[in-house]
Design a protein around this ligand. Structure first.
Ligand SMILES: Cc1cc2nc3c(=O)[nH]c(=O)nc-3n(C[C@H](O)[C@H](O)[C@H](O)COP(=O)(O)O)c2cc1C
Length: 146
């Protein structure tokens, strides 16, 4: 298992130039950390995405990485299963609806199976999640992959 913290890498937004569809080797013209992240994704069987809720969506750091998958390199990936972990401060029942809708559409588009989701409300500050049953849920999700 390998963790990539999207908060600690430099990945710029997709420019939508579509140059990657015509460049030699289908490489993105932007030279940033996505260059090695593509390689890591090409080696993965399962991808688990984690994000805080930012204005009812995922964080812009994670969205930038996902948008950069609008590139032919993704056709070399063998990922078939996806998981989703989300935390948000509010207790709203529909807090995760827009992200879950996007998740379902992505699963369908790429013909992926979901290994499950862990959705945690009422988590605002560092440490708020301590003792939350969601941690056990996430652990179980992880062990189910063995
Ligand atoms: C820019 C920003 C936008 C946020 N938007 C929401 C939101 O729409 N709904 C919500 O419940 N929490 C929102 N939050 C709170 C975070 O989801 C919450 O603090 C979360 O626990 C942060 O997780 P982290 O410590 O892993 O970054 C927002 C926080 C930030 C910084």
């Amino acid at each position: 298992m390998e963790i990539i913290s999207v908060a600690d890498v430099r990945v710029d937004s997709c420019r939508g130039c579509n140059a990657c569809f015509s460049t030699e080797g289908n490489l993105c013209v932007q030279k940033d950390d996505m260059s090695w992240i593509y390689g890591k994704l090409a080696e993965a069987d399962v991808l688990v995405i984690a994000s805080p809720v930012y204005f009812y969506g995922i964080s812009s750091q994670l969205k930038a990485v996902i948008d950069r998958l609008h590139a032919p390199v993704r056709n070399t990936f063998r990922i078939r299963r996806l998981g989703l972990l989300l935390v948000g401060a509010a207790e709203l029942p529909d807090l995760f609806d827009s992200i879950l809708s996007q998740y379902e559409l992505v699963l369908r588009f790429f013909k992926l199976d979901s290994i499950g989701t862990v959705l945690v409300r009422g988590v605002k500050d560092v440490g708020d999640i301590d003792g939350n049953p969601a941690l056990e849920e996430a652990y179980e999700l992880g062990t189910s992959l063995r």
